[in-house]
Design a protein around this ligand. Sequence first.
Ligand SMILES: [Zn+2]
Length: 241
Amino acid sequence: MQETLEKLQELIDNSKYIVALSGAGISTSAGIPDFRGEKGIYSLGLYDPYRTFDINYFKEDPSYFFRFAREFLKIYEGVKPTKGHMFLAELEKKGKLKVVITQNIDGLHQMAGSKNVIELHGSFRSGRCLSCGKVYDFEWMRKTLLETDDLYCNCGGVVKPDVVFFGEPVIGIDEAQRHSVMADLFLVLGSSLTVQPASILPYLTSGRVVIINKGDCAFPEERAEIILNDDIDSVVERLKW
Ligand SMILES: [Zn+2]
């Protein structure tokens, strides 16, 4: 383990264009469950993820999603970024890391201080009316959801948080691909690389690939420089940054 960490440290020290891809595993120690995965949804109270994030179903009846969103907001109260988030923000500040590409919708990278973040699946930080396009911020959505149980615009239209649903295109994939190609070090943090199109990104880089993920990862071992099946916080704690 020590040897692997030293090797990882050396890779980070020698890299100039680090790209990080983060998944649910970077936020679980902050108390945010992997709610797009079925296991996480169940732990929240038996939400069917396909129904929760189905755009057609939402347009027909948004109440199921709003019920889920309220539970998510309760979990979200007082949540703080993890050491993994802080680590990436610090690498960006030092000019080593160019972008964080995330599959998460929790906004914790920005909360940790990361500036260049591509949120492939969107986030709760904003929302918009499906009828007139009016944009709403997180605070309005939080307050309104908790007070009235749903989100309606002045015009009567439904307000949908800017989270990517099944059946909607992901956000920023072209930019994510461009960065991935440029990377000299590609860090995968807390993703099992099973959800497309994020899962293809580490294949695009000619740089080294390092995976830190507790659990299985669908990436060929021989293509990765380092694979650490370990807790992200405990790994970054042992690095200098
Ligand atoms: Zn409206």
